[in-house]
Write a protein that binds this ligand. Structure first.
Ligand code: 13P
Length: 259
């Protein structure tokens, strides 16, 4: 049966943006998003220096904003870190944690990601917990073992009440930035597995939003978002183009209307 969860589409700008370009993009996304129905939520996760700009340009609209990582610490001698509370002071709603690029390039462990999720929740942010397998792991038949382990580390650290407040993004590493999305069926299969894992934590946790990320484009978004356990997307490259990002938000509307 089709689910009744609201769709959520979040852009992850990664290491992109400059003040002048951001202004044009944020204004276009904000005004385009004004026309979307309430049951499709939209967010953008910007580089930290642009949080104030996002706040100024988005606070009167319906697009939420957030960051792409936060520190596992609240304060102290941790040069270069940004605390969840700092992001919250700029009105952030979301913090991506455990993106595969951070796991790979910054050696973030499953336990560290779990602590970051906890810090985000303490500061009133919604952690978007990313999980995903590499191509090698998929081909070795280890997808469930990998994504299950990544999710379990976070769930083990959180109470049922806290776990019910997270968002999970399934992002197969082999689909990120490659133009080669998972098929809707491949993504749905993993989402159904993750949903069962969430439900095992508690009834309220079963309805956590499960986003798909990895080469989502206007052309494939509706089919992905129409799957029973896919509640929206975490969008990289296409979130840097207002028309593409808004078309993906439109696909979330169409997928909602079709259910
Ligand atoms: P792409 O949409 O560019 O594949 O990136 C996905 C992603 O990593 C979002 O967090």
């Amino acid at each position: 049966m089709a689910n009744q969860r609201a769709k959520l589409v979040v852009g992850n700008w990664k290491l992109h943006g400059r003040l002048a370009d951001n202004r044009v993009l944020l204004q276009a996304v904000s005004s385009g998003a004004d026309d979307l129905p309430d049951d499709v939520r939209v967010g953008v996760c910007v580089p930290c220096p642009y949080l104030a700009q996002a706040q100024t340009l988005l606070e009167s609209g319906r697009v939420a904003w957030g960051v792409q990582d936060i520190s596992a610490y609240t304060h102290g001698a941790y040069t270069g870190e940004v605390a969840a509370e700092m992001a919250a002071e700029f009105g952030a709603s979301f913090a991506i944690v455990g993106h595969s690029e951070r796991r790979a390039y910054h050696c973030e462990s499953a336990d560290l990601v779990a602590i970051k999720a906890e810090r985000a929740l303490e500061a009133g942010l919604t952690p978007i917990v990313c999980v995903g397998e590499t191509l090698e792991e998929r081909e070795a038949g280890k997808t469930e073992q990998i994504v299950g382990g990544q999710l379990d580390a976070v769930l083990a650290r959180l109470s049922v009440e806290s776990a019910a407040r997270i968002v999970v993004a399934y992002e197969p590493v082999w689909a990120i930035g490659t133009g080669k999305s998972a098929t809707a069926q491949q993504a749905q299969d993993v989402h159904a597995f993750l949903r069962a894992r969430l439900a095992a934590k508690g009834d309220d946790v079963a309805d956590v939003s499960l986003l798909y990320g990895g080469s989502v484009k206007p052309e494939n978004a509706e089919e992905l978002f129409s799957q029973p356990d896919i509640d929206g997307g975490l969008i990289g490259g296409a979130s840097l183009k207002d028309k593409d990002f808004l078309a993906i938000c439109g696909a979330a509307v169409a997928a909602t209307a079709a259910r």
